[in-house]
Design a protein around this ligand. Structure first.
Ligand SMILES: Cc1cc2nc3c(=O)[nH]c(=O)nc-3n(C[C@H](O)[C@H](O)[C@H](O)COP(=O)(O)O)c2cc1C
Length: 209
């Protein structure tokens, strides 16, 4: 069987969600997965972006590193991992716009049976990390993705993260994810790759009869 392909699509302005995405990529790669990292593009005006120090510079830096996601990326993947900073306890408009662009694939059932998982960053401890993660479960169910939660399947979950997906708390000064947060993210990447491989093998067995 070929290596599994893991698509990690995220939005990030200050780099916390990006750091989690990179740790998830490391975890998936440690399982032999081929990883594609994509950053959703801005959905607000330049005027809004200029309101906070670092937002324009951060977007320019990340856009130079990561291509914009396309529906073809999702179709080619065996697993799709969505990451977003929380926005009032919910998914960012930027990532949601990408998810909404998958309507054509939804109509054709093209994403049914792929693995799916989620991660987020908030600025405060109870600022909506779990509600943000679960808000992404809703479209994933419609798309037919096999949702991969983390549970407490790894000791790292007793120190950080959530059973729904990796998370970090950036505070008022854009504190990057801690080593404990990153350990959960790496575990998430490994687990998603393992589940995607099992689903792919089961699909190939079913096809071959
Ligand atoms: C419009 C807006 C809404 C936000 N809403 C919340 C929120 O509900 N709860 C929270 O803890 N942080 C909230 N934040 C803060 C970001 O989610 C947080 O700083 C996050 O760590 C940024 O991730 P990034 O570094 O990947 O951009 C909000 C930020 C913006 C700009």
């Amino acid at each position: 069987m070929d290596n599994v392909k893991v698509l990690i699509v995220f939005y990030s302005r200050n780099g916390s969600t990006e750091a989690l995405a990179k740790a998830i990529a490391e975890g998936a790669q440690s399982e032999g997965a081929e990883v594609v990292l994509r950053r959703a593009r801005e959905f607000v005006s330049q005027e809004i972006m200029e309101k906070a120090p670092g937002w324009v510079e951060g977007a320019e830096r990340m856009n130079a590193l990561y291509e914009a996601p396309t529906p073809d990326d999702a179709e080619a993947a065996d697993a799709i991992v969505f990451g977003t900073p929380t926005r009032f306890g919910n998914v960012s408009a930027e990532l949601k716009a990408y998810i909404d662009s998958l309507g054509g694939l939804w109509f054709q059932g093209k994403l049914v049976g792929k693995a799916g998982s989620v991660f987020t960053s908030t600025s405060t401890v109870h600022g909506g990390n779990e509600s943000t993660l679960i808000s992404m479960y809703h479209p994933m169910a419609h798309l037919g993705l096999i949702i991969v939660p983390l549970g407490y399947a790894d000791p790292s979950l007793f120190a950080a993260g959530t059973p729904y997906g990796a998370s970090s708390v950036s505070g008022q000064n854009n504190t990057p994810p801690t080593e404990e947060d990153l350990a959960v993210a790496r575990f998430q990447g490994k687990r998603v790759a393992q589940v995607a491989r099992a689903l792919k093998a089961a699909g190939e067995t079913a096809t071959k009869g």
